[in-house]
Design a protein around this ligand. Structure first.
Ligand code: PHE
Length: 343
């Protein structure tokens, strides 16, 4: 046999072996290919080797050398394929291992409730105007919710149907007019609590929940939030009230906002007004306000000849709704994240 023919066979085997190894899809296929080419008994390389005996004597050293090189190449190709397949299968395990260089799994962050955001903003604005923030209880007594606020016994606001009275042992004994505790119906209660404990001058706001047995609709909810303001000093006038409300509305709405007063009535203010602000080309109801009634000042032990003051009470939901274009108060309390996440 001519050397040429022998070398051609070696070439053929090495090409076929390299293709087979690189085509092997998994370690089983690779092993089958290994047996086909490198198998000790019936491998194709072995059968080429057996033909070396037919090569002419002078060519034998060259044939032997070529054979060894080919064997080396096929073995190397097999090892490379083996490493590739090991690498890809162990790649699966690797991906389960902790890799500190990868970006972390991010948590979905919640958002602050729009009413809470509004409250924080209102506190901030009034804080800049020198008002400090005080808190009051949501469960109140007759005295703070009505009596000290100059709301007489027969006032419709005290009707059991207008309030969430608590069924305490005391109140159960009274048949018609429950006394005792109720969920506060207004934050004006806090005016009384502060004045009872503090000597004038006073400049406070109080923000919190109030409760009224209203049927929920687009503008009513049995629980809502109010911001109450109270300023007591010598010579406080309605002009101060108007300035504070104007600055307040202007800061919150971000425009220069006008305020208008309409005559109204509250038992605890005299005179009393409904305040409106002018925004987006219309007058919008702001809330109730007025000069603190002398009877209230007396109820907390102040001398109405010495000090005067103003008070106002505004709905927080209403402010927030106007500013953000929310048209149904119930949206705030459905806990639908699709709504809440927009703020
Ligand atoms: N408390 C009144 C209300 O709930 C609002 C108000 C507060 C009015 C202070 C005057 C002064 O409607």
């Amino acid at each position: 046999m001519a050397l040429q023919g022998f070398l051609a066979q070696l070439d053929e085997v090495v090409t076929a072996a390299e293709a087979a190894f690189s085509d092997a899809a998994d370690s089983d296929a690779l092993e089958t290919a290994r047996v086909t080419f490198l198998g000790a008994k019936k491998g194709r390389l072995k059968s080429v080797q057996q033909q070396m005996g037919d090569v002419e004597r002078d060519d034998k050293p060259a044939a032997g050398k070529a054979f060894n090189q080919t064997k080396g190449r096929i073995e190397a190709a097999f090892e490379a394929a083996q490493q590739r397949s090991a690498g890809s299968s162990s790649g699966d395990t690797d991906s389960n291992q902790f890799d500190p260089s990868l970006p972390g799994t991010s948590f979905r962050l919640g958002t602050i409730h729009p009413i809470t955001q509004t409250i924080e903003e209102l506190k901030e604005i009034m804080g800049r105007l020198g008002f400090s923030i005080v808190d009051g209880p949501e469960i109140e007594d007759d005295w703070h919710n009505f009596v000290a606020l100059n709301i007489p016994d027969d006032h419709p606001a005290r009707d059991p149907l207008e309030n969430f009275y608590l069924a305490t042992a005391d109140s159960m004994q009274e048949e018609k007019n429950p006394v005792g505790l109720l969920l506060r119906s207004q934050t004006s209660t806090v005016q009384i609590r502060v004045m009872e404990k503090t000597a004038p001058p006073i400049r406070i706001i109080s923000l919190g929940r109030v409760y009224r047995p209203d049927t929920a609709d687009a503008t009513h909810y049995p629980m809502f939030h109010q911001i109450e303001g109270l300023m007591i000093d010598t010579n406080v006038t309605m002009a101060d009230l108007k300035s504070v409300l104007r600055l307040f509305a202007t800061s919150y709405l971000g425009d220069d906002v006008s305020i208008r007063f309409r005559p109204s009535f509250f038992p605890f203010t005299e005179p009393s007004v409904e305040a409106d602000y002018y925004w987006n080309n219309q007058w919008i109801e702001f809330g109730g306000a007025g000069m603190v009634d002398p009877n209230v000042l007396e109820a907390v032990g102040y001398d109405p000849e010495e000090v005067t003051g103003f008070a106002f009470g505004l709905g927080v939901e209403r402010l927030c709704m106007r500013r953000h274009g929310v048209t149904d108060i119930r949206e705030f309390y459905k806990n639908d994240v699709r709504f809440l996440a927009q703020f």
